[in-house]
Design a protein around this ligand. Structure first.
Ligand SMILES: Cc1ncc(COP(=O)(O)O)c(C=O)c1O
Length: 497
């Protein structure tokens, strides 16, 4: 018999070995963004860009052709690499190979889902068996759905019941719908700068705090009537907004990533989640943790287990289908999850959700088998230790070359800030500064892309040149080899002699 919520009793099983000193990191990040940009030396950048022309010529031709048929040439936001996207043909464990035969250390890991490394053979073989018998979809119940739900409930303290959906975006949509039904209140307070998918109401305040609807082209403004953002790590700002909302419809939910927006790019104090929990209880709002990135990556108990703070609803994505398609789900307390009861029963009000491909046998099986493998191999912790090694090594290089860069990590989520693009916010209280801030962000984003290109040319795939996800396939040797490559890039930074 499996022990429910076992991880709460075992705080040693988490990816984070030591929680970062948030004020110290924020001070360094603030210093970074107040200084002039330190990018690549002109000649070095030219050499890196020339590399792509010669070593990646087949990719270049293929992407040029794709641009005729696919808007922008690639289907996925994360695949937009400078100077042009590469075409990848093979992924295995910690490595990727491109169409021209170049081999890379993969710190993108598909944007988070492949915590075991890419395409693990034992999972693949079992998925193939399932495909041979059931195929990918029937629209009917398969026992892997139950196995997966039980596994999630076993590990996640805030989850009594689990419903699989098609993506993290869908799960966030379902979560706020339930919150409004359950509380009969109106507002959703999301942490500024966080991405909770691309649905209308949540396309608000994304990437940078204070952007409000700036990124939401094509969404009517009145969709945001009841969406608000609060400043990351600012409990007073949250409380002020909760208090104000009391008099105009109330707050249905506070929605946040428990390690901070954009996978902790802007880190939170360790006590912040607990403070938010207390405020939610005071104001009768549900606490929704978006654990699309952190669930299982921070440990089998997720970030909620690590912080020992129990949300009312938990949003899942990515790892929940083990890197296979249709990765989304919502878990939570029974009284809230009842709003998702599938089927045709009438009576209680239900939150409208759907999805032809949701909870198909393929994603349920891949998810369940992956969670079992994570458990068996202690993969969240192994990947976390790889993240520690990488971050420490980057820290040494930053010191060695006396660079203003900042490296920090939350286990296997590593941040390498060289320009700090994501650390800005829109200064609405000083409107005359907005245009200058936007220009500065734009210039820094360009240099961040160039850094990403340099890493790529050195054989390292990163997320947008500033985030690195480690996996359990990253051995010490692989991390050390990556550091040799980062060393080469850092030698080429302006001002390094
Ligand atoms: C924290 C968070 N929430 C939600 C999403 C959206 O998930 P999906 O891409 O599966 O729709 C993402 C995707 O990156 C995410 O990082």
């Amino acid at each position: 018999m499996e022990t429910p919520h076992s991880t709460l009793e075992n705080q040693n099983q988490y990816a984070i070995s030591t929680y970062h000193d948030t004020p110290e990191i924020m001070a360094r990040l603030n210093r970074l963004i107040s200084q002039p940009i330190r990018g690549l030396k002109k000649e070095a950048l030219a050499t890196y860009l020339a590399h792509f022309e010669t070593a990646c010529s087949r990719s270049k031709i293929k992407i040029k052709e794709a641009q005729e048929y696919i808007p922008g040439g690639v289907q996925h936001n994360l695949a937009f690499n400078y100077p042009f996207p590469l075409v990848f043909t093979k992924a295995l464990g910690p490595y990727l190979w491109d169409l021209d035969g170049n081999k890379y250390i993969d710190f993108l890991q598909a944007g988070g889902p492949t915590l075991l490394g890419s395409n693990p053979e034992n999972i693949r073989e079992q998925v193939i068996d399932l495909l041979n018998t059931t195929g990918p979809v029937t629209g009917l119940f398969h026992e892997y759905e139950l196995k997966l739900a039980k596994k999630v409930v076993q590990h996640m303290a805030g989850v009594d019941m689990f419903r699989m959906l098609g993506s993290g975006t869908e799960a966030d949509m379902a979560a706020i719908r339930i919150a409004r039904l359950a509380t009969k209140k109106k507002y959703i307070l999301k942490m500024g700068g966080a991405y909770h998918g691309w649905s209308d109401q949540l396309a608000y305040g994304i990437r940078l705090p204070g952007t409000k609807h700036m990124e939401a082209h094509g969404v009517p403004k009145n969709c945001f009537k009841y969406t608000q953002e609060f400043f990351p790590n600012d409990i007073k700002d949250l409380e002020k907004k909760l208090w104000r909302n009391k008099f105009r419809g109330g707050t249905a939910a506070v929605l946040m990533e428990p390690i901070g927006p954009e996978s902790g790019t802007r880190p939170l104090d360790k006590e912040f989640n607990r403070q938010v929990r207390e405020l939610c209880d005071t104001y009768g709002a549900l606490l929704i943790f978006d654990e699309v990135v952190t669930a299982f990556r921070m440990g089998m108990g997720g970030a909620q287990g690590y912080f020992n703070v129990i949300p009312d609803l938990t949003v899942f994505g990515k790892i929940i289908a083990g890197g296979y398609p249709s990765a989304g789900g919502l878990g939570g307390k029974k009284q809230y999850m009842q709003y998702l009861a599938a089927g045709l029963q009438s009576g209680n009000k239900k939150a409208l959700v759907g999805g032809t491909m949701a909870a198909n046998p393929l994603s349920s099986a891949a998810g369940y088998l992956t969670l079992c493998e994570l458990e068996r191999t202690n993969a969240p912790v192994v990947a976390g230790r790889a993240g520690d090694r990488l971050t420490q090594g980057l820290g040494h290089l930053i010191q060695k070359y006396n660079l203003p860069f900042v490296a920090f990590n939350q286990g296997s989520v590593c941040h390498l800030e060289t320009v700090g693009t994501m650390l800005f916010h829109i200064p609405w209280n000083r409107p005359w500064k907005i245009s200058g801030t936007l220009k500065n962000i734009h210039a820094r984003k360009k240099v961040m892309e160039e850094m990403g290109a340099a890493y790529m040319a050195e054989g390292i795939v990163s997320l947008a040149g500033s985030r690195l996800y480690t996996s359990a396939a990253d051995t010490d040797e692989i991390i050390d080899e990556a550091l040799v490559r980062f060393n080469r890039v850092f030698q080429n930074i302006e001002g390094v002699s």
